[in-house]
Unconditional design. Sequence first.
Length: 303
Amino acid sequence: MICGGIDVGGTKMEAQLFDEGMRLVTSRRSPTRHEDFDAFIAGLAEEARWLIAQSGRADLPIGIGLPGIVDPVSGASTASNIPTSGRDIAAALQASVGRSFVYGNDCASFALSEANGGAGEGFGCVVGLIIGTGVGAGISINGTTPPRHNQLAVEIGHVGVPARTLRRHGLPEWRCGCGRSACFEPYMSGKGIANLARWKLGQEVSAAEIAAHPRGGEVLDIWADVTAEALDTLQLLFDPDCITFGGGVSRLPDLAARLEQALLRLRLGTSRPPALRVARHGDSSGGRGMALIALRAASSPSA
Ligand SMILES: [Zn+2]
């Protein structure tokens, strides 16, 4: 057993232990604690201690993938789905567990994992887009994360939806968890699908139930059109060769085909669309990527 990763999401955190071939040996999930910062750190410390105990190695390289942004200078966190904004997670966890860890953005580590033995293998520029409780993306170039980019997220979930898209569907401006309105997240995320269903059908239908609902197609057409605008933005800014999808919403049936069609309708001129692929490592991908980052940091400490 050579490395571990902890993927921290808005709903749950998952600790994963990997062997020499980056195969998952064992994992465990627990709910992300939201009461306050101290409770959040206590939950995270428990996952870290579990990994250390499972591996039998006090110095096991462990990478922790966090949603949102960690300022590389001050260590202060900014996140809309976990109670850590303005706080230094690394310092608090070190005080609790008595050793240091490697940190990165959960979406950047997801992109790295999929670019190394995942759905983005063989592509030069891979954007990993996680659509779950929140919406965020990361980038891997030639199988690595660009300098500082394992800390810096591509916060596409908090970019504004274009006025043309809202107007096309007559959609209202919905408030986002970040405090602003009409970000992509409240339309694209799992909750976003439920928001669209409530608005379009007047019914409570969850993202997991939408595909089987008799009028689910109407909701998913709007969702795909809004999501394709986000993909178009990613394409215009980064020109990725491949976009891989993770998070709960990536389990929608025919996700890639549905988004390919929607993106083709929007694209600018004859620009080459990226390949769209659902993640190969699924829910384990974020932790797997962080484990890889920790392993690489341990083998070249000066990097
Ligand atoms: Zn937002």
